[in-house]
Design a protein around this ligand. Structure first.
Ligand code: HEC
Ligand code: HEC
Length: 497
């Protein structure tokens, strides 16, 4: 009898363990663990890795907390605070952000998207947004296992999901007959890639103005927002994901907040990633050039990919790493400090003062839009240590009130592009709530730029609000149940942001 019991228990335990074991097998077919290069161009294949990565709360307790003050706003190229970054320096930092990199001497490419940060972040001033989109693509593998674990699984094309739009076409050794290295969404038959991509998407550029304040939001504040949202409406399930911070890769994480997939948590990490992936400049976080869909780019690389190129420490103080690749002047630090000192996008005061816009704002809240598009967030106290111990919030960025009209969390509103970055398989169809500050300067809406109006439905493309399904369906339903005269007022409010 006892042996039968033991046997049955054994079978039961086996049944419990099987799905986990199956899950492992599925995972082992793709990369497992941390994204190997740390760059958000590589899909994380295991949700557990993300979920289990520990974070700091980033809260400084205070007994009599000082009253927070409004963050400065403006499209005026001005620093947020002379004591933090003097104007003269801010102008110099902006100039670096605007510099066009060349093949020689800078090391542009060999695969790249544009020659300067400002090329894609400029409307109406450097650091803002633009109409430029880029490409991501990938494969779907492993149809669901019987337990429905993490499936189907997203898999990167060779070299990562970012498909660079431009490539150097000058050969270092012109006698070497090698095909050019232009990437495209697979298939690329001549490169031996016959399998067509299963998913492909455009991704719009994003506004960077005011991102220093976003970086200064504590992890705990984002987790509190996550908990609050579901209380405010049970359909809403904001997802905060944990991502590595390049400046301190110690196996711990921070809540991601930058990029359409919340793929980064710090502006320095994003700068390193963007310098490599957008412009093709290797730097101390990412010392290896991107391949062209897995093919070597060596014969197009005029600044040899020497991971031992030392940093020029006369330019800025030494960091934790000794080798800077093609970024020996540590431009990534300059981009970071530039973004941290930018003012947040301002409202259009004339439109905001109209009765229509003000009534529209009220209805925007009534319809539940503001549950995700949150109008007020307060940054961490000055002197709070963030980014895994690598940055201390200065008075210019701390305890500030911002109005991002976003929550920096991921949601499934039915628009997801099917691509996984470092949030793990569960984030395939999740997109970050688009922060609506500065949205009046965006002409192509939603992460793919495919919505060309806020709400008009008479044109052959879907408007941004019409595409809100899933978690946001309830809000879109309320919006479209309103008479056109009221919908118009909500749109006028959006036009003031
Ligand atoms: C070819 C166009 C292009 C160039 C050049 C470019 N970016 Fe971007 N940037 C984008 C796009 C597109 C996104 C959104 C990416 C995504 O999430 O898929 C983005 C997002 C960002 C973000 C996240 C902003 C936020 O609030 O979420 C930061 C920070 C950033 N870029 C910094 C930079 C820096 C610094 C440079 C220069 C090294 C740069 N970018 C160059 C197109 C570009
Ligand atoms: C459940 C959360 C949620 C709710 C509720 C919600 N949104 Fe959104 N909103 C999002 C997400 C996520 C995106 C980005 C989707 C994408 O890019 O695919 C977005 C994008 C947008 C955009 C496009 C902005 C841009 O820069 O591309 C507009 C405009 C917008 N929402 C307006 C509204 C309005 C108006 C309402 C209320 C009727 C609303 N949203 C309700 C989550 C939400």
């Amino acid at each position: 009898m006892r042996s039968l019991k033991t046997f049955l228990l054994g079978v039961f335990a086996l049944l419990l363990l099987l799905p986990a074991a199956y899950n492992r097998v599925v995972h082992s077919q793709t990369q497992k663990g941390d994204p190997p290069t740390g760059q958000a161009n590589v899909a994380l294949a295991d949700d557990d890795v993300e979920r289990q990565c520990s974070i700091d709360t980033e809260v400084t307790p205070c007994l009599r907390c000082p009253i927070p003050t409004e963050a400065p706003t403006g499209f005026d190229d001005k620093t947020i605070d002379e004591n933090f970054v003097p104007q003269e320096k801010h102008d110099a930092h902006r100039a670096t952000f605007e510099v066009r990199d060349e093949i020689l001497p800078d090391g542009l490419g060999p695969v790249y998207n544009a020659q300067s940060c400002a090329e894609c972040h400029q409307n109406p001033v450097s650091g803002a947004v633009s109409q430029i989109t880029e490409l991501r693509a990938g494969y779907i593998d492993n149809p669901c296992d019987p337990w429905g674990y993490d499936c189907p699984q997203f898999v990167d094309p060779p070299g990562g999901s970012l498909i660079n739009d431009r490539a150097v076409d000058r050969r270092v050794d012109p006698t070497l007959l090698v095909a050019n290295i232009q990437e495209r969404v697979p298939p690329l038959h001549s490169a031996g890639i016959d399998r067509p991509a299963d998913v492909a998407t455009t991704r719009t550029s994003l506004n960077l103005l005011g991102d220093g304040f976003v970086e200064a939001i504590s992890n705990q504040t984002l987790l509190d927002i996550q908990a609050k949202e579901t209380n405010e409406n049970p359909n809403v399930h904001g997802l905060a994901i944990r991502v590595p911070v390049e400046e301190n890769r110690n196996g711990r994480c921070r809540i991601g907040r930058f990029g359409h997939k919340d793929q980064h948590a710090s502006l320095l990490s994003f700068s390193g990633d963007a310098y490599l992936n957008e412009i093709g400049i290797t730097n101390r976080f990412f010392l290896m050039e991107n391949t062209s869909l897995g093919r070597s780019v060596a014969n197009f690389d005029f600044v040899p990919n020497d991971p031992n190129l030392p940093c020029d420490d006369t330019v800025t103080p030494p960091g934790q790493r000794d080798f800077c690749g093609e970024d020996n002047e540590r431009d990534i630090d300059t981009f970071t400090i530039f973004m941290r000192a930018t003012k947040a996008p301002p409202r259009d005061r004339v439109i905001a003062a109209t009765q229509d816009a003000q009534e529209g704002e009220k209805m925007f809240k009534e319809d539940g839009c503001a549950i995700c598009h949150r109008d007020t967030i307060i940054t961490a106290m000055p002197n709070t240590v963030i980014n895994l111990g690598t940055f201390t919030v200065p008075p210019a960025l701390g305890n500030k009130i911002i109005h991002p009209y976003g929550d920096f969390l991921l949601h499934d509103i039915g628009t997801g592009d099917g691509i996984v970055q470092n949030g793990g398989p569960k984030t395939r169809f999740f997109v970050r709530t688009a922060p609506l500050w500065g949205v009046r300067t965006h002409t192509r809406l939603m992460h793919d730029g495919l919505s060309l109006t806020f709400a008009a439905n008479t044109l052959p493309f879907a408007s941004a609000i019409k595409r809100h399904g899933g978690e946001a369906q309830f809000a879109a339903d309320k919006f479209f149940a309103r008479p056109l005269s009221e919908q118009r007022k909500i749109v006028i409010f959006l036009e003031s942001l």
